[in-house]
Ligand binder design. Structure first.
Ligand code: MTE
Length: 326
């Protein structure tokens, strides 16, 4: 991003059940399967390397069945690329800053307050939020407004599950997502690159669309800090900046929220920000994209798809001029 100036059945080990249990159990399964000769060598090797990585980063497992209805057939971006090339300005503006600097983010204990135009406001601790609905794995494309994309197996559930529980009033027209902004933990918050906290928003019907994912994990583990731990949203038909990370508050409001990027550069980052190859960013084309991890800088770019390929959402915008409401 640039501005002009320059669960049980789903096997959910929670925080109280510390990492070694998950590591231990999967290692035990792994050994059993070797003994039974039931796995192909490549699968074993793949699992072994994932296991080593999980131990290295020390993240808890957060596994869930893949939901084929919400999965794209594209090749998944390697974990190391998805977690070392990030936008998370609270930790710096370079792509490698979040992986380096987000280690200081304390993600437990963590709670999320849901307030505003709802009949049942609540504050949920991260474990309660994780258990609120059955988790699913969904492989989504993420298209950044800067012209790159990734394909990530996220773990979470439709945000609509949470919305249902808090019972929005008839005044609720939009949902606002507010990220943590703590100077002590987030060095980027000391800079004035954005108005903190990072705020994003959706229309209520967009937030209720089943594709909108309240995201608690990726690649079968809880979210790594640089990816927005412990909870973020993923709105796959919109540019990546609509998917706020490390959320502490979700507010239901009457008016369209003033979002961080829209405030920073209103002519460049609209409220809707649906992926649209026909609407250029004022300073570059949005017609094509570079797939991180798969394509080198010299590789041919791929064509960007309308709504990032999620055509089901078109009905949310019937009759709207998408050049105007970009
Ligand atoms: N959320 C917060 N709080 N701060 C940020 O800087 N960057 C956004 C979005 N969510 C951002 C954020 C942008 S520009 C993108 S493209 C995606 O997160 C990137 O997500 P990723 O790093 O997991 O790929």
């Amino acid at each position: 991003m640039l501005i002009k100036r320059s669960i049980d059945q789903f096997d959910i080990p929670l925080s109280s059940e510390i990492t070694p249990r998950a590591v231990f159990e999967s290692r035990r399964d792994f050994i059993k399967q070797i003994a039974a000769g039931s796995m192909a060598t490549t699968a074993l090797l793949e699992m072994a390397s994932r296991e080593v990585f999980a131990q290295n980063v020390g993240l808890q497992k957060l596994t869930a069945k893949t939901n084929p209805s919400y999965t794209v057939p594209d090749k998944t971006t390697p974990y190391k690329d998805a977690t070392s090339y990030n936008n998370f300005y609270e930790f710096g503006t370079d792509k490698t800053d979040p992986a380096e600097n987000a280690k200081t983010l304390k993600t437990r204990p963590w709670s999320v307050t849901i307030e505003g135009e709802v009949k049942k406001p609540m504050t949920l601790d991260i474990d309660a939020l994780t258990r609120l609905a059955p988790l699913e794995e969904r492989i989504y494309r993420l298209r950044c407004v800067e012209g790159w994309s990734m394909v990530i197996p996220w773990v979470g559930y439709s945000l609509s599950e949470l919305i249902r529980k808090v019972e929005p009033t008839s005044n609720a027209k939009f949902v606002e997502f507010i990220s943590l902004a703590d100077k002590a933990q987030m060095p980027g918050v000391r800079s004035s690159v954005l108005n903190w906290p990072y705020v994003e928003g959706l229309r209520l019907d967009e937030a209720n669309h089943p594709l909108t994912l309240l995201t608690l994990g990726m690649y079968g583990q809880i979210l790594p800090n640089q990816s927005g731990a412990p909870v973020r949203v993923m709105v796959p038909w919109k540019y990546g900046f609509k998917s706020a990370k490390s959320i502490v508050k979700i507010r239901f409001v009457k008016e369209q929220p003033r979002t961080a990027w829209n405030q920073a550069a209103p002519g460049e980052y609209g409220f809707y920000s649906n992926v649209n190859p026909e609407v250029d960013h004022p300073r570059w084309s949005q017609a094509s994209e570079r797939r991180i991890g798969e394509d080198g800088f010299l590789a041919k770019k791929r064509k960007t798809l309308m709504f990032n390929g999620y055509n089901d959402v078109a009905s949310l915008y019937t009759g709207m001029n998408l050049q105007k409401f970009f």
